[in-house]
Structures are given as structure tokens and as C-alpha cells.
Design a protein around this ligand. Structure first.
Ligand code: 2BA
Length: 109
């Protein structure tokens, strides 16, 4: 058995979750926050048998898109005054960030 931890864009969440549900995957959906951009994303915890991992990843991949967002770049003040208007930088988010880890034990009690 494997545990898939998938961090996905909030905008892809309905499509990913709907497709996973339609194929009978069990998962837990959590509202999470990216450490870099500090904006909301969705993390799925999905435990499944080894032979279904590839299909779960395919569903996540095919429903997750790359997006480019503009984010302010923090700058140090040049003098005594704080710079007004931070420069913007583009950051590409996604598709999904996925970790697949082995499960040593699984029980429902
Ligand atoms: P955030 O941490 O908010 O990161 C959003 C995007 O900002 C990232 O997209 C990446 O393009 C960029 N980024 C992140 N950290 C950076 C850094 N130190 N320097 C420069 N750019 C940086 P993704 O890589 O697609 O990540 C999307 C979200 O997935 C992340 O949101 C975070 O919540 C999660 N994530 C990504 N890699 C992770 C990892 N190794 N461990 C845990 N969570 C991760």
C-alpha cells in the first residue's frame, strides 16, 4: 500500500476530487497554505493499493494545470526611506506536487 500526498491548486480541486471519487478512491481533503506564496492550496491524503497508484497519479496529472502568478519581490530599503511599490516577479505554480510513500501498516478500527 502507498500513501499519496498531493498538493494541488484550489482551482483544480473539484476536477481532481470528482474524478478520484468517480473511480472509487478514498481520500482526505485538507485546506492548506503554500509556504512561499502563502496563498491557499489543497492537499489530498490518499491511501491506495500499489496497483492503483499509477491511475491515481494519472487522474491528478490530467486535471492539474500550470499557472503563472505575479508576486511582489521584497526589497531592502535603499536609504532611510522604504521603497514604495515592490517590483513584481512571475512564479509558475503546479501542476500538482505529489509525494508517494510506502505505508507500513493500515488499519481501520
Ligand atoms: P508555495 O510554497 O506557495 O509555492 C508556490 C510556487 O512558488 C511553487 O510552485 C514554486 O514555483 C515557487 N516557489 C516555492 N518555493 C520557492 C522558493 N524557495 N524559491 C523560489 N520559488 C519558490 P510549486 O513548486 O508548483 O508548488 C506549489 C505548492 O506545492 C507550494 O506552494 C507548496 O504548498 C507545495 N510544495 C511544493 N514543493 C513542496 C515540497 N518540496 N514540500 C512540501 N510542499 C511543497
Amino acid at each position: 500500500m502507498k500513501m499519496i500526498t498531493a498538493i494541488i491548486n484550489n482551482n483544480d480541486s473539484d476536477a481532481v476530487c470528482g474524478s478520484l471519487r468517480a473511480e472509487g478512491f478514498y481520500f482526505t481533503k485538507m485546506s492548506t497554505t503554500g509556504g512561499f506564496l502563502r496563498s491557499g492550496n489543497t492537499t489530498l491524503l490518499l491511501g491506495t493499493e500499489d496497483d492503483r497508484v499509477a491511475r491515481a497519479l494519472e487522474i491528478i496529472r490530467s486535471n492539474s494545470r500550470k499557472r503563472t502568478v505575479s508576486t511582489p519581490v521584497p526589497v531592502m530599503p535603499t536609504g532611510g526611506e522604504l521603497d514604495m511599490g515592490l517590483p513584481m516577479s512571475s512564479v509558475v505554480i503546479g501542476g500538482a506536487t505529489v509525494f508517494v510513500t510506502p505505508v507500513e501498516q493500515f488499519e481501520k478500527m
